[in-house]
Design a protein around this ligand. Structure first.
Ligand code: ADP
Length: 498
Protein backbone atom coordinates (compact mmCIF):
# COMPACT_ATOMS: atom_id res chain seq x y z
CA UNK A 1 0.00 0.00 0.00
CA UNK A 2 1.23 3.50 -0.77
CA UNK A 3 -0.25 6.34 1.18
CA UNK A 4 1.00 9.66 -0.11
CA UNK A 5 0.49 12.63 2.14
CA UNK A 6 0.24 10.04 4.91
CA UNK A 7 1.29 12.64 7.45
CA UNK A 8 -2.01 14.42 6.79
CA UNK A 9 -4.03 11.39 7.71
CA UNK A 10 -5.77 10.89 11.02
CA UNK A 11 -4.58 7.85 12.90
CA UNK A 12 -8.05 6.33 12.53
CA UNK A 13 -8.01 6.84 8.73
CA UNK A 14 -4.61 5.24 8.46
CA UNK A 15 -5.79 2.30 10.57
CA UNK A 16 -8.91 1.82 8.50
CA UNK A 17 -7.11 1.97 5.16
CA UNK A 18 -4.34 -0.38 6.32
CA UNK A 19 -6.62 -3.04 7.81
CA UNK A 20 -7.78 -5.98 5.70
CA UNK A 21 -11.27 -5.28 4.35
CA UNK A 22 -14.19 -7.62 4.51
CA UNK A 23 -17.84 -7.47 3.51
CA UNK A 24 -20.64 -7.06 6.03
CA UNK A 25 -23.21 -9.83 5.74
CA UNK A 26 -25.68 -10.83 8.42
CA UNK A 27 -23.75 -8.85 11.02
CA UNK A 28 -20.50 -10.71 10.29
CA UNK A 29 -17.36 -9.59 8.48
CA UNK A 30 -16.64 -12.03 5.68
CA UNK A 31 -14.49 -12.45 2.58
CA UNK A 32 -15.89 -13.32 -0.84
CA UNK A 33 -16.89 -16.99 -1.01
CA UNK A 34 -14.55 -17.54 -3.97
CA UNK A 35 -11.74 -15.69 -2.16
CA UNK A 36 -11.30 -13.04 -4.88
CA UNK A 37 -10.40 -9.39 -4.32
CA UNK A 38 -10.58 -6.21 -6.32
CA UNK A 39 -7.95 -3.50 -6.16
CA UNK A 40 -8.79 0.01 -4.99
CA UNK A 41 -6.76 2.77 -6.68
CA UNK A 42 -5.90 6.21 -5.32
CA UNK A 43 -6.94 8.59 -8.14
CA UNK A 44 -4.57 11.30 -6.92
CA UNK A 45 -1.52 9.25 -7.97
CA UNK A 46 -2.76 6.09 -9.66
CA UNK A 47 -1.23 3.85 -6.98
CA UNK A 48 -3.01 0.91 -5.35
CA UNK A 49 -4.57 1.94 -2.04
CA UNK A 50 -5.89 -1.35 -0.73
CA UNK A 51 -8.14 -4.20 -1.83
CA UNK A 52 -11.62 -5.40 -0.94
CA UNK A 53 -13.45 -8.69 -1.53
CA UNK A 54 -14.87 -9.12 -5.02
CA UNK A 55 -18.26 -10.53 -4.11
CA UNK A 56 -20.28 -12.43 -6.71
CA UNK A 57 -23.77 -13.88 -7.06
CA UNK A 58 -22.95 -16.42 -4.33
CA UNK A 59 -22.27 -13.68 -1.78
CA UNK A 60 -25.32 -11.74 -2.95
CA UNK A 61 -27.44 -14.85 -2.35
CA UNK A 62 -26.21 -15.14 1.24
CA UNK A 63 -26.78 -11.44 1.87
CA UNK A 64 -30.31 -11.48 0.39
CA UNK A 65 -31.17 -14.46 2.58
CA UNK A 66 -29.95 -12.61 5.67
CA UNK A 67 -31.94 -9.52 4.68
CA UNK A 68 -35.05 -11.65 4.10
CA UNK A 69 -34.81 -13.26 7.55
CA UNK A 70 -34.21 -9.90 9.22
CA UNK A 71 -37.22 -8.47 7.40
CA UNK A 72 -39.65 -11.26 8.21
CA UNK A 73 -38.82 -12.12 11.78
CA UNK A 74 -37.01 -10.94 14.86
CA UNK A 75 -36.05 -7.68 16.40
CA UNK A 76 -36.23 -5.43 13.32
CA UNK A 77 -39.57 -6.78 12.11
CA UNK A 78 -41.07 -6.12 15.56
CA UNK A 79 -39.33 -2.83 16.25
CA UNK A 80 -41.50 0.19 16.97
CA UNK A 81 -41.16 3.22 14.67
CA UNK A 82 -39.82 5.24 17.61
CA UNK A 83 -37.02 2.74 18.18
CA UNK A 84 -36.16 2.75 14.47
CA UNK A 85 -36.01 6.52 14.63
CA UNK A 86 -33.58 6.38 17.55
CA UNK A 87 -31.31 4.00 15.63
CA UNK A 88 -31.25 6.32 12.63
CA UNK A 89 -30.37 9.27 14.90
CA UNK A 90 -27.68 7.23 16.54
CA UNK A 91 -26.16 6.36 13.18
CA UNK A 92 -26.28 10.06 12.22
CA UNK A 93 -24.47 10.96 15.44
CA UNK A 94 -21.81 8.31 14.85
CA UNK A 95 -21.23 9.57 11.32
CA UNK A 96 -20.90 13.13 12.57
CA UNK A 97 -18.50 12.03 15.30
CA UNK A 98 -16.33 10.27 12.70
CA UNK A 99 -16.89 12.77 9.89
CA UNK A 100 -13.27 13.89 9.51
CA UNK A 101 -12.09 10.33 9.13
CA UNK A 102 -14.84 9.36 6.68
CA UNK A 103 -14.07 12.49 4.64
CA UNK A 104 -10.42 11.47 4.42
CA UNK A 105 -11.29 7.94 3.35
CA UNK A 106 -13.67 9.32 0.71
CA UNK A 107 -11.02 11.71 -0.52
CA UNK A 108 -8.42 8.94 -0.81
CA UNK A 109 -10.84 6.60 -2.54
CA UNK A 110 -12.65 9.00 -4.88
CA UNK A 111 -10.15 11.86 -5.17
CA UNK A 112 -12.48 14.67 -4.12
CA UNK A 113 -11.27 17.61 -1.98
CA UNK A 114 -11.41 16.56 1.64
CA UNK A 115 -13.29 19.70 2.68
CA UNK A 116 -15.95 19.08 0.04
CA UNK A 117 -16.29 15.55 1.38
CA UNK A 118 -16.47 16.71 5.00
CA UNK A 119 -18.86 19.65 4.59
CA UNK A 120 -20.70 18.41 1.50
CA UNK A 121 -21.06 14.64 1.32
CA UNK A 122 -20.67 13.67 4.96
CA UNK A 123 -22.56 16.58 6.51
CA UNK A 124 -25.42 16.05 4.07
CA UNK A 125 -25.47 12.36 4.98
CA UNK A 126 -25.96 12.81 8.72
CA UNK A 127 -28.53 15.55 8.16
CA UNK A 128 -30.42 13.29 5.75
CA UNK A 129 -30.44 10.48 8.30
CA UNK A 130 -31.89 12.86 10.91
CA UNK A 131 -34.50 14.08 8.46
CA UNK A 132 -35.51 10.50 7.60
CA UNK A 133 -35.49 9.53 11.29
CA UNK A 134 -38.32 12.01 11.68
CA UNK A 135 -40.48 10.14 9.18
CA UNK A 136 -40.31 6.79 11.04
CA UNK A 137 -43.11 7.75 13.40
CA UNK A 138 -45.22 9.45 10.75
CA UNK A 139 -45.61 6.75 8.12
CA UNK A 140 -49.29 5.90 8.14
CA UNK A 141 -52.29 5.00 6.04
CA UNK A 142 -55.67 6.71 5.80
CA UNK A 143 -59.26 5.92 6.53
CA UNK A 144 -61.15 5.95 3.25
CA UNK A 145 -64.87 6.63 2.84
CA UNK A 146 -66.25 4.06 0.37
CA UNK A 147 -68.93 4.52 -2.27
CA UNK A 148 -70.38 1.05 -1.72
CA UNK A 149 -74.03 0.91 -0.66
CA UNK A 150 -73.36 -1.53 2.20
CA UNK A 151 -71.65 -0.12 5.27
CA UNK A 152 -67.89 -0.56 5.30
CA UNK A 153 -64.99 0.66 7.34
CA UNK A 154 -61.99 0.88 5.02
CA UNK A 155 -58.46 1.98 5.61
CA UNK A 156 -54.97 1.72 4.17
CA UNK A 157 -51.83 0.44 5.82
CA UNK A 158 -48.50 1.74 4.61
CA UNK A 159 -45.90 -0.98 5.13
CA UNK A 160 -42.26 -1.50 4.16
CA UNK A 161 -41.70 -2.86 0.68
CA UNK A 162 -39.35 -5.59 1.91
CA UNK A 163 -35.81 -6.59 0.95
CA UNK A 164 -34.15 -3.82 -1.04
CA UNK A 165 -31.14 -4.08 -3.32
CA UNK A 166 -29.34 -0.76 -3.52
CA UNK A 167 -26.60 -0.15 -6.07
CA UNK A 168 -24.65 3.08 -5.81
CA UNK A 169 -22.02 4.86 -7.93
CA UNK A 170 -18.55 6.23 -7.21
CA UNK A 171 -19.05 10.00 -7.53
CA UNK A 172 -20.56 10.55 -4.07
CA UNK A 173 -20.00 7.06 -2.70
CA UNK A 174 -20.77 7.60 0.98
CA UNK A 175 -23.55 10.11 0.43
CA UNK A 176 -25.25 7.93 -2.18
CA UNK A 177 -25.10 4.96 0.18
CA UNK A 178 -26.80 7.04 2.88
CA UNK A 179 -29.34 8.45 0.39
CA UNK A 180 -30.31 4.90 -0.29
CA UNK A 181 -30.30 3.35 3.16
CA UNK A 182 -31.86 6.25 5.11
CA UNK A 183 -35.42 6.17 3.67
CA UNK A 184 -35.36 2.37 3.35
CA UNK A 185 -34.50 2.01 7.04
CA UNK A 186 -37.01 4.67 8.06
CA UNK A 187 -39.68 2.65 6.26
CA UNK A 188 -38.60 -0.60 7.98
CA UNK A 189 -37.01 -2.35 4.98
CA UNK A 190 -33.87 -4.46 5.00
CA UNK A 191 -31.01 -3.87 2.61
CA UNK A 192 -28.27 -5.35 0.49
CA UNK A 193 -26.04 -2.44 -0.54
CA UNK A 194 -23.53 -2.73 -3.39
CA UNK A 195 -21.05 0.16 -3.61
CA UNK A 196 -19.15 0.91 -6.82
CA UNK A 197 -16.02 -1.15 -7.43
CA UNK A 198 -13.97 2.06 -7.85
CA UNK A 199 -14.92 3.42 -4.39
CA UNK A 200 -16.03 0.69 -1.97
CA UNK A 201 -14.29 1.92 1.18
CA UNK A 202 -16.68 4.38 2.80
CA UNK A 203 -19.59 1.93 2.45
CA UNK A 204 -17.55 -0.52 4.54
CA UNK A 205 -16.85 2.20 7.12
CA UNK A 206 -20.59 2.94 7.10
CA UNK A 207 -21.25 -0.75 7.81
CA UNK A 208 -18.97 -0.54 10.87
CA UNK A 209 -20.98 2.39 12.17
CA UNK A 210 -24.25 0.59 11.43
CA UNK A 211 -23.01 -2.29 13.59
CA UNK A 212 -21.88 0.12 16.30
CA UNK A 213 -25.25 1.89 16.28
CA UNK A 214 -26.89 -1.43 17.12
CA UNK A 215 -28.95 -2.26 14.03
CA UNK A 216 -29.95 -5.94 14.26
CA UNK A 217 -27.96 -8.39 12.14
CA UNK A 218 -29.07 -8.73 8.53
CA UNK A 219 -30.84 -5.36 8.38
CA UNK A 220 -28.05 -3.79 6.33
CA UNK A 221 -25.62 -5.95 4.38
CA UNK A 222 -22.79 -4.55 2.29
CA UNK A 223 -21.42 -6.63 -0.58
CA UNK A 224 -18.45 -5.22 -2.50
CA UNK A 225 -17.79 -6.40 -6.04
CA UNK A 226 -18.00 -5.62 -9.71
CA UNK A 227 -21.19 -4.30 -11.24
CA UNK A 228 -21.52 -7.01 -13.84
CA UNK A 229 -21.16 -9.72 -11.17
CA UNK A 230 -22.42 -8.64 -7.74
CA UNK A 231 -24.56 -5.76 -9.05
CA UNK A 232 -26.20 -7.76 -11.82
CA UNK A 233 -26.91 -10.65 -9.40
CA UNK A 234 -28.58 -8.28 -6.96
CA UNK A 235 -30.74 -6.68 -9.66
CA UNK A 236 -31.84 -10.10 -10.90
CA UNK A 237 -32.32 -11.83 -7.54
CA UNK A 238 -35.86 -13.26 -7.28
CA UNK A 239 -36.16 -12.63 -3.55
CA UNK A 240 -35.37 -8.91 -3.74
CA UNK A 241 -38.56 -6.84 -3.58
CA UNK A 242 -37.12 -3.55 -4.76
CA UNK A 243 -34.01 -2.35 -6.48
CA UNK A 244 -32.79 1.23 -6.17
CA UNK A 245 -30.01 2.32 -8.47
CA UNK A 246 -27.95 5.44 -9.03
CA UNK A 247 -25.56 5.41 -11.96
CA UNK A 248 -25.40 5.67 -15.71
CA UNK A 249 -28.49 5.51 -17.91
CA UNK A 250 -26.88 2.63 -19.79
CA UNK A 251 -26.59 0.48 -16.65
CA UNK A 252 -30.01 1.69 -15.45
CA UNK A 253 -31.55 0.05 -18.52
CA UNK A 254 -29.74 -3.20 -17.72
CA UNK A 255 -31.04 -3.07 -14.16
CA UNK A 256 -34.54 -2.63 -15.47
CA UNK A 257 -34.23 -5.68 -17.69
CA UNK A 258 -32.77 -7.76 -14.86
CA UNK A 259 -35.54 -6.65 -12.51
CA UNK A 260 -38.18 -7.70 -15.02
CA UNK A 261 -38.11 -11.38 -14.11
CA UNK A 262 -39.83 -10.99 -10.74
CA UNK A 263 -41.14 -7.48 -11.49
CA UNK A 264 -39.44 -6.06 -8.44
CA UNK A 265 -40.08 -2.37 -7.81
CA UNK A 266 -37.45 -0.18 -9.45
CA UNK A 267 -36.26 3.35 -8.78
CA UNK A 268 -33.53 4.84 -10.93
CA UNK A 269 -31.47 7.98 -10.58
CA UNK A 270 -29.53 8.17 -13.84
CA UNK A 271 -27.53 10.52 -16.00
CA UNK A 272 -28.01 14.16 -16.80
CA UNK A 273 -26.98 16.88 -19.23
CA UNK A 274 -28.31 19.83 -17.33
CA UNK A 275 -28.72 23.23 -18.98
CA UNK A 276 -27.97 26.57 -17.31
CA UNK A 277 -29.65 29.52 -19.08
CA UNK A 278 -28.37 33.03 -18.52
CA UNK A 279 -30.59 35.88 -19.65
CA UNK A 280 -29.20 39.31 -20.35
CA UNK A 281 -30.59 40.83 -17.14
CA UNK A 282 -28.79 38.33 -14.88
CA UNK A 283 -26.50 39.39 -12.05
CA UNK A 284 -23.35 38.27 -13.82
CA UNK A 285 -20.98 38.13 -10.86
CA UNK A 286 -23.33 35.84 -8.95
CA UNK A 287 -24.19 33.82 -12.04
CA UNK A 288 -20.51 33.22 -12.81
CA UNK A 289 -19.91 31.78 -9.34
CA UNK A 290 -22.96 29.50 -9.51
CA UNK A 291 -22.13 28.34 -13.04
CA UNK A 292 -18.49 27.56 -12.21
CA UNK A 293 -19.65 25.50 -9.25
CA UNK A 294 -22.45 24.01 -11.39
CA UNK A 295 -19.94 22.50 -13.79
CA UNK A 296 -16.67 22.12 -11.89
CA UNK A 297 -17.87 20.91 -8.44
CA UNK A 298 -16.71 17.33 -7.83
CA UNK A 299 -14.61 17.65 -11.02
CA UNK A 300 -17.82 17.63 -13.03
CA UNK A 301 -18.63 14.11 -11.86
CA UNK A 302 -22.09 15.08 -10.70
CA UNK A 303 -25.24 13.78 -12.32
CA UNK A 304 -26.83 17.23 -11.97
CA UNK A 305 -23.73 19.06 -13.29
CA UNK A 306 -24.61 22.10 -15.39
CA UNK A 307 -22.86 20.91 -18.51
CA UNK A 308 -24.61 23.11 -21.07
CA UNK A 309 -24.48 26.89 -20.78
CA UNK A 310 -26.94 28.95 -22.83
CA UNK A 311 -25.99 32.59 -22.61
CA UNK A 312 -27.45 35.72 -24.17
CA UNK A 313 -25.24 37.37 -26.80
CA UNK A 314 -25.29 40.71 -25.03
CA UNK A 315 -23.51 39.42 -21.95
CA UNK A 316 -21.76 36.32 -23.29
CA UNK A 317 -18.26 37.77 -23.60
CA UNK A 318 -18.32 39.25 -20.11
CA UNK A 319 -19.69 36.11 -18.48
CA UNK A 320 -17.31 33.81 -20.35
CA UNK A 321 -14.33 35.97 -19.42
CA UNK A 322 -15.32 35.63 -15.76
CA UNK A 323 -15.78 31.87 -16.13
CA UNK A 324 -12.44 31.42 -17.87
CA UNK A 325 -10.78 33.34 -15.07
CA UNK A 326 -12.45 31.18 -12.44
CA UNK A 327 -11.54 27.99 -14.28
CA UNK A 328 -7.92 29.08 -14.53
CA UNK A 329 -7.76 30.04 -10.87
CA UNK A 330 -9.17 26.78 -9.56
CA UNK A 331 -6.54 25.08 -7.45
CA UNK A 332 -6.16 21.57 -8.84
CA UNK A 333 -4.49 18.89 -6.73
CA UNK A 334 -4.87 15.81 -4.56
CA UNK A 335 -8.07 15.75 -2.56
CA UNK A 336 -6.20 15.40 0.71
CA UNK A 337 -4.52 18.80 0.35
CA UNK A 338 -6.82 21.15 2.19
CA UNK A 339 -6.33 23.97 -0.34
CA UNK A 340 -7.36 21.81 -3.31
CA UNK A 341 -10.53 23.05 -5.02
CA UNK A 342 -10.70 20.46 -7.79
CA UNK A 343 -9.40 16.92 -7.41
CA UNK A 344 -8.68 14.22 -9.98
CA UNK A 345 -11.29 12.22 -11.83
CA UNK A 346 -12.03 8.88 -10.24
CA UNK A 347 -10.12 6.61 -12.64
CA UNK A 348 -7.83 6.41 -15.62
CA UNK A 349 -10.78 5.26 -17.75
CA UNK A 350 -12.78 8.31 -16.74
CA UNK A 351 -9.84 10.62 -17.45
CA UNK A 352 -9.43 9.08 -20.91
CA UNK A 353 -13.16 9.32 -21.59
CA UNK A 354 -13.26 13.02 -20.69
CA UNK A 355 -10.18 13.82 -22.80
CA UNK A 356 -11.69 11.91 -25.73
CA UNK A 357 -14.86 13.99 -25.44
CA UNK A 358 -12.85 17.22 -25.46
CA UNK A 359 -11.07 16.10 -28.64
CA UNK A 360 -14.41 15.13 -30.16
CA UNK A 361 -15.93 18.51 -29.31
CA UNK A 362 -13.08 20.31 -31.07
CA UNK A 363 -13.47 18.04 -34.09
CA UNK A 364 -17.18 18.81 -34.10
CA UNK A 365 -16.38 22.53 -34.40
CA UNK A 366 -16.34 23.85 -30.82
CA UNK A 367 -13.85 26.56 -29.81
CA UNK A 368 -11.60 25.93 -26.82
CA UNK A 369 -11.69 28.85 -24.37
CA UNK A 370 -9.65 27.27 -21.60
CA UNK A 371 -8.34 23.88 -20.42
CA UNK A 372 -8.57 20.96 -22.77
CA UNK A 373 -5.80 18.76 -21.44
CA UNK A 374 -4.84 16.29 -18.75
CA UNK A 375 -3.11 17.92 -15.83
CA UNK A 376 -0.10 16.87 -13.72
CA UNK A 377 2.47 14.11 -13.97
CA UNK A 378 0.53 11.45 -12.10
CA UNK A 379 -3.07 10.83 -11.12
CA UNK A 380 -6.21 11.24 -13.19
CA UNK A 381 -6.55 15.01 -13.54
CA UNK A 382 -8.15 17.01 -16.35
CA UNK A 383 -8.10 20.80 -16.60
CA UNK A 384 -11.38 22.65 -16.17
CA UNK A 385 -12.45 23.10 -19.78
CA UNK A 386 -14.81 25.47 -21.58
CA UNK A 387 -15.95 24.78 -25.15
CA UNK A 388 -17.61 27.74 -26.87
CA UNK A 389 -19.79 27.72 -30.01
CA UNK A 390 -21.29 24.31 -29.39
CA UNK A 391 -24.54 23.39 -31.11
CA UNK A 392 -27.42 21.15 -30.19
CA UNK A 393 -26.53 18.25 -32.47
CA UNK A 394 -22.94 17.85 -31.31
CA UNK A 395 -22.28 14.72 -29.29
CA UNK A 396 -20.59 16.79 -26.57
CA UNK A 397 -23.91 18.60 -26.13
CA UNK A 398 -26.06 15.47 -26.22
CA UNK A 399 -24.02 12.94 -24.24
CA UNK A 400 -23.04 12.85 -20.59
CA UNK A 401 -19.28 13.50 -20.30
CA UNK A 402 -19.05 13.32 -16.50
CA UNK A 403 -16.06 15.61 -16.24
CA UNK A 404 -15.19 19.32 -15.92
CA UNK A 405 -16.26 20.29 -19.43
CA UNK A 406 -18.69 23.14 -20.08
CA UNK A 407 -20.39 23.43 -23.49
CA UNK A 408 -21.47 26.97 -24.39
CA UNK A 409 -24.16 28.12 -26.83
CA UNK A 410 -25.01 31.81 -27.31
CA UNK A 411 -28.47 33.08 -28.16
CA UNK A 412 -30.02 36.32 -29.41
CA UNK A 413 -33.29 38.05 -28.42
CA UNK A 414 -35.06 36.33 -31.32
CA UNK A 415 -33.82 32.92 -30.18
CA UNK A 416 -34.98 33.30 -26.58
CA UNK A 417 -37.99 31.07 -27.06
CA UNK A 418 -36.11 28.50 -29.09
CA UNK A 419 -33.42 28.24 -26.43
CA UNK A 420 -35.87 26.70 -23.96
CA UNK A 421 -36.64 24.03 -26.54
CA UNK A 422 -32.92 23.45 -27.00
CA UNK A 423 -32.46 23.19 -23.25
CA UNK A 424 -35.06 20.41 -23.29
CA UNK A 425 -33.65 18.69 -26.37
CA UNK A 426 -31.52 15.91 -24.85
CA UNK A 427 -32.57 12.45 -23.63
CA UNK A 428 -32.03 13.64 -20.05
CA UNK A 429 -34.03 15.74 -17.59
CA UNK A 430 -32.38 15.77 -14.19
CA UNK A 431 -31.66 19.43 -13.41
CA UNK A 432 -31.67 22.88 -14.97
CA UNK A 433 -31.07 26.45 -13.91
CA UNK A 434 -32.11 29.92 -14.94
CA UNK A 435 -30.28 33.17 -14.25
CA UNK A 436 -32.39 36.33 -14.47
CA UNK A 437 -33.64 39.12 -12.24
CA UNK A 438 -37.07 39.08 -13.87
CA UNK A 439 -39.30 37.15 -11.46
CA UNK A 440 -41.99 36.41 -14.02
CA UNK A 441 -39.55 35.10 -16.56
CA UNK A 442 -37.86 32.92 -13.93
CA UNK A 443 -41.10 31.18 -12.97
CA UNK A 444 -42.45 30.92 -16.51
CA UNK A 445 -39.24 29.31 -17.75
CA UNK A 446 -39.05 27.03 -14.69
CA UNK A 447 -42.42 25.60 -15.70
CA UNK A 448 -41.26 24.88 -19.23
CA UNK A 449 -37.99 23.13 -18.40
CA UNK A 450 -38.30 19.36 -18.38
CA UNK A 451 -36.15 18.60 -15.36
CA UNK A 452 -36.66 17.20 -11.87
CA UNK A 453 -34.77 19.98 -10.08
CA UNK A 454 -34.66 23.59 -11.19
CA UNK A 455 -32.50 26.35 -9.77
CA UNK A 456 -33.24 30.04 -10.12
CA UNK A 457 -30.09 32.13 -9.77
CA UNK A 458 -28.31 29.04 -8.43
CA UNK A 459 -27.54 25.66 -9.89
CA UNK A 460 -27.13 22.84 -7.38
CA UNK A 461 -30.38 22.72 -5.42
CA UNK A 462 -30.46 19.88 -2.95
CA UNK A 463 -31.93 19.25 0.48
CA UNK A 464 -33.05 16.20 2.49
CA UNK A 465 -36.62 17.52 2.32
CA UNK A 466 -36.68 18.22 -1.42
CA UNK A 467 -37.73 15.45 -3.83
CA UNK A 468 -34.87 14.63 -6.19
CA UNK A 469 -35.02 12.69 -9.44
CA UNK A 470 -35.33 12.93 -13.17
CA UNK A 471 -37.60 13.36 -16.15
CA UNK A 472 -37.09 11.26 -19.30
CA UNK A 473 -33.98 9.04 -19.29
CA UNK A 474 -32.70 10.61 -16.08
CA UNK A 475 -34.71 8.12 -14.11
CA UNK A 476 -37.75 6.91 -12.27
CA UNK A 477 -38.93 8.03 -8.86
CA UNK A 478 -37.96 10.75 -6.43
CA UNK A 479 -35.49 10.34 -3.60
CA UNK A 480 -35.53 12.48 -0.44
CA UNK A 481 -38.54 14.20 1.05
CA UNK A 482 -41.72 12.20 1.70
CA UNK A 483 -41.44 10.85 -1.86
CA UNK A 484 -38.47 8.71 -0.78
CA UNK A 485 -40.62 7.06 1.88
CA UNK A 486 -43.18 6.29 -0.81
CA UNK A 487 -40.48 4.49 -2.78
CA UNK A 488 -39.88 2.13 0.12
CA UNK A 489 -43.46 1.43 1.18
CA UNK A 490 -46.42 -0.55 -0.17
CA UNK A 491 -50.07 0.20 0.46
CA UNK A 492 -52.49 -2.43 1.69
CA UNK A 493 -56.19 -1.59 1.47
CA UNK A 494 -58.30 -3.15 4.18
CA UNK A 495 -62.12 -3.27 4.01
CA UNK A 496 -64.27 -4.26 6.95
CA UNK A 497 -67.89 -5.22 6.27
CA UNK A 498 -69.80 -3.67 9.13
P1 ADP B 1 -20.26 4.55 -14.33
O1 ADP B 1 -20.63 4.14 -15.74
O2 ADP B 1 -20.32 5.97 -14.11
O3 ADP B 1 -19.03 3.86 -13.81
P2 ADP B 1 -22.16 2.72 -13.52
O4 ADP B 1 -23.55 3.06 -13.87
O5 ADP B 1 -21.40 1.75 -14.39
O6 ADP B 1 -21.40 4.04 -13.41
O7 ADP B 1 -22.04 2.17 -12.04
C1 ADP B 1 -22.90 2.50 -11.00
C2 ADP B 1 -23.07 1.28 -10.16
O8 ADP B 1 -23.68 0.26 -10.95
C3 ADP B 1 -21.79 0.66 -9.62
O9 ADP B 1 -22.02 0.19 -8.30
C4 ADP B 1 -21.54 -0.50 -10.55
O10 ADP B 1 -20.80 -1.54 -9.96
C5 ADP B 1 -22.96 -0.95 -10.83
N1 ADP B 1 -23.13 -1.72 -12.07
C6 ADP B 1 -22.42 -1.64 -13.21
N2 ADP B 1 -22.89 -2.52 -14.13
C7 ADP B 1 -23.93 -3.16 -13.55
C8 ADP B 1 -24.85 -4.17 -13.98
N3 ADP B 1 -24.78 -4.70 -15.19
N4 ADP B 1 -25.80 -4.58 -13.12
C9 ADP B 1 -25.90 -4.04 -11.90
N5 ADP B 1 -25.07 -3.09 -11.43
C10 ADP B 1 -24.09 -2.65 -12.24
Amino acid sequence: MTLDSAQQLLESTRKFISAPHKMFINGDWVGAINGDFLEVINPANGNPLTRVPAGTSEDIAVAVKAARIAFEQGEWADMTPASRSKLLWKLADLIEANADEIAQIESLDNGKPVNDARWGDIAFSYELLRYMAGWCTKICGQTIPLSAAAPFHAYTLRTPVGVCGQIVPWNFSFMMAVWKIAPALAAGCTIVLKPAEQTPLTALRLAELIAEAGFPRGVVNVVTGYGEHAGAALAAHPDVDKIAFTGSTEVGKKILTAAGDNLKKVSLELGGKSPMIVFKDADLAKAALAIASGIFYNTGQTCTAGTRLYVHDAIADELLAALVQQAQQLKIGPGLSTDTQMGPLVSKEQQQRVCDYITLGLQEGATLLTGGKCWGKEGFYVEPTILDNTTINMRVVQEEIFGPVLCVTRFSDEQENDIISQANATPYGLAASIFTQDVSRAHLVAKRLKAGTIGINTHHVIDPALPFGGFKQSGWGREMGWEAIELYTEIRSVGVAL
